[in-house]
Design a protein around this ligand. Structure first.
Ligand SMILES: [Zn+2]
Length: 199
């Protein structure tokens, strides 16, 4: 899992904040207004750049993996956090797939202040990632399940990292980690960004 720093999180312009506040009472994420799409495009490209085009959870390079903006606390259950920048990252279609994380409520105790929420899964911004996962070697893809924290184990179970498709992915992660990005990072972001503003 990538360790993200709160001080690096996306910040909104005042006009963007005003727009978000105007739509947040409804199911804001699927709002079809052009300005909403622009903000989602900004989130998508920002998080891809911040994550070097890798999945926030499994760290796999997000090429051909239908990357999606990930809401760490589910956007339907916690709609007031749907545009909270610390709740947003980009994940691959396996980690963000319908059979894994979507079935779990990742929040243990909700607080109106997002940073005071308690999460069941390891949070890339709010937790120390390294303290929760114990890897068997320096490659960072084969973990020692029994030595991971309880939160780490829950995360592995929830994201399906023990499933065969993910074990295959982790083998690829090791290979890909040492390779340079195939094309210019900015070109790659444009290519794989989920949300493109269209009127
Ligand atoms: Zn992933």
């Amino acid at each position: 899992m990538l360790q993200l720093r709160t001080e690096d999180a996306l910040t909104y312009e005042q006009n963007e904040l005003s727009h978000i506040n105007s739509i947040i009472e409804d199911y804001a994420w699927d709002d079809q207004k052009y300005h909403t799409k622009l903000i989602k495009h900004k989130i998508s490209t920002y998080t891809l750049r911040q994550q070097n085009c890798r999945c926030v959870y499994c760290e796999r390079l997000l090429i051909g993996l239908n990357p999606q903006i990930e809401h760490i606390a589910d956007k339907a259950t916690y709609k007031d956090f749907s545009f909270e920048t610390l709740n947003l990252a980009t994940a691959c279609c396996y980690c963000n797939g319908p059979t894994n994380k979507h079935n779990e409520d990742t929040v243990l105790v909700k607080n109106a202040n997002y940073t005071k929420c308690e999460f069941k899964i390891v949070h890339p911004y709010l937790d120390n990632v390294e303290e929760n996962f114990v890897y068997l070697n320096n490659s960072r893809f084969v973990y020692d399940y029994n030595k991971c924290s309880e939160k780490g184990k829950f995360t592995i179970d929830t994201l399906g990292w023990d499933k065969i498709q993910h074990l295959y992915i982790f083998a690829q992660v090791q290979e890909e980690r040492s390779k340079p990005l195939p094309i210019d990072l900015e070109e790659l972001i444009v290519e794989i960004s989920t949300y493109r503003p269209k009127t």
